[in-house]
Design a protein around this ligand. Sequence first.
Ligand code: GLY
Length: 332
Amino acid sequence: MIRRNFLKIFGWSTAAGFVGVSCTESTKESSPKIKAESGPSQPIIVSTWKHGIEANEAAWKVIQAGGSALDAVEKGVMVTESDPNNQSVGLGGLPDRDGNVTLDACIMNHKGDCGAVAFLKEIENPIAVARKVMEETPHVLLVGQGAQEFALSQGFEKKNLLTDSARKAWLEWKKNENYVTPVNVENHDTISMLAIDKAGNMSGACTTSGLAYKMHGRVGDSPIIGASLFVDNAIGGACATGVGEMVIRIVGSHLVVELMRQGYTPQKACQLAVERIIEKHDSVKGKQVGFLALNKQGESGAYSIYEGFNYAKQTQESNSLIDGVYIHKWSD
Ligand code: GLY
């Protein structure tokens, strides 16, 4: 019995009205300090790191053709997931310490609907599975074997995601088994994307193969709504990159959005979230976390613990890489 039938038998079908689980807070009361734009605004896309440039291009085509921000962020990050040369996302991602490539992803739309997968193996585009979780099940998060079975029932195909070069890098790492993996420019770990479409609606997506050489079974922030990603269509959205454990502890992206609700700019909200991480940890030495935020007015900002974090911003005018602001240099 395929999963979909199972859901139908138990009355959890679309017709039963359970699909599209909302996990946003009420946005009816807006803060007096911020006025959310109503009606259409200028489309814009922001995404983490240099690989965001190509991802933005694909997402922008969707937006330009009149597509939704949800379609745009899904199609955008799929470019990175399917790039075998990118060693931190999807196909070609560096494996865990036992040689397994395991993927985490989540997606959230302007209505607060969200879906996610974690510890997913052998499926090239986890973000598309996350969207299916959001649209075809009454749940928000599926993990491991259950997530894979669900993906197969939805028509996704199994694929070996461990490329020769990722396998070689893993075998090289195994010679020393150094479990400390700094997330810096070379090991950028995640693509997260936020987009506003022509109708003025915002969606976001986040996807990763997680920290290289992590413990088998480890799941980071990327499939955790509120940690790696949060969208409130009245206020804006935020997403995270870096050491997921530190992001989860402060529910980082939700914090950034709530700070924007209080009237802070995206830049300042990201800074305050980074400062909260520093305040809550005995030491952040050698550990990178960055936040990227976009408000409903189309203003963006990024802030990280260490230098090197940047983001790609696509507007009508250009698709360009912008350096985030940071606290420490790696040489500190
Ligand atoms: N931020 C990605 C991870 O920690 O897995």
